[in-house]
Design a protein around this ligand. Structure first.
Ligand SMILES: [Zn+2]
Length: 314
């Protein structure tokens, strides 16, 4: 069955602040979350040394790189890296409009999951705005393949994710996670799933000047003996698949509005997620923009022809 879709847009009631280090840069950054008007979407304000404040809209059309994380802007110039865990919380809790002020080029990694973003949003509170929320409703399957990996959107009555991964290492192996997205499910089943990596890869990344902030405090790390090194082990039995679900939620939040449909992927990642979303948005016959009907039953949607902050209008 589909989820019950909230009909109106939201923003924050007040502001909240977080400080932490970027997992790739190792730099300390402070991030402020502020309320925004209806139809503003999620907008990052980069306060970068002496430069004028630069705006980045949280849209797939602004994505400049998907190599180790999802980055908005220019990898060689001004950008904001590692937006995905924050954007997962935005989608998970249903925040439509927010300004994210950040004084460095990378969103802090915190504990490697979305839980501290959830707590910050809870602290600020959620305000419902008197403007209808828009959705992208998937009308026909859209599928992309890359080697053994694939991703697809399919029509579905709610917002659903079915994510499967398959790693050679027996520490992960083949595992999946599937769920309809609701705020409760996000909080209890997904938000605490941490990013992960292999010790051998981390060492190589360190040597190349990446992952400088990476540690056991913010990543699940698998050692050469195929065991999880972290004291305390896993937070969920299939934490890896749940984190990949979290990543997919964050990447697909860059549609600018929530989709009504099922997203499935096998051996996915940030690049596959962004490519699938771009493919969907480039096929105008594959989706329609909908909002709640004026006098409709709960969850009833009708197509509209006036998208405001979705990427295909930019
Ligand atoms: Zn991640």
């Amino acid at each position: 069955m589909g989820i019950s879709l909230q009909d109106y847009q939201t923003t924050l009631k007040s502001r909240a602040t977080l400080t932490g280090i970027g997992v790739h840069s190792g730099n300390t950054v402070t991030i402020h979350f502020l309320p925004a008007d209806a139809d503003a979407g999620i907008v990052f304000h980069l306060i970068d040394d002496d430069q004028p404040v630069r705006e980045f809209r949280a849209l797939v059309s602004e994505v400049g790189a998907t190599d180790l994380c999802t980055m908005l802007g220019d990898p060689a110039g001004q950008h904001i890296a590692t937006v995905e865990h924050l954007m997962a919380a935005v989608l998970g809790l249903g925040i439509d409009n927010m300004v994210v002020e950040i004084d460095g080029r990378e969103v802090p990694i915190l504990d490697g999951s979305s839980i501290e973003f959830v707590e910050a949003i809870d602290q600020a509170g959620i305000e419902v705005l008197p403007v209808k929320r828009r959705f992208i409703r998937i009308l026909k399957p859209v599928r992309i393949e890359s080697g053994a990996s694939w991703a697809e959107f399919r029509p579905y009555s709610g917002t659903r994710f079915e994510i499967e991964i398959d790693f050679e290492s027996p520490a992960i192996g083949r595992q999946g996670f599937a769920t309809d997205l609701t705020a409760d499910v996000f909080r209890s089943e997904i938000a605490r799933a941490r990013t992960f990596g292999f010790m051998k890869d981390v060492e190589r990344l360190w040597a190349a000047g990446y992952a400088l902030g990476s540690s056991l405090d913010n990543s699940l790390v698998i050692g050469d003996d195929h065991r999880v090194i972290n004291v305390g082990g896993l937070r969920y039995p299939n934490e890896f698949a749940r984190h990949k679900t979290l990543d997919a939620m964050g990447d697909l939040a860059l549609a600018g509005v929530r989709f009504i449909g099922c997203f499935r992927s096998y051996r996915g990642g940030h690049r596959l997620n962004a490519t699938a979303l771009r493919r969907l948005l480039s096929d105008r016959a594959a989706f329609e923009v909908v909002e709640a009907t004026r006098r409709g039953r709960a969850g009833e949607m009708s197509a509209i022809s006036a998208p405001v902050y979705a990427p295909w209008t930019i």
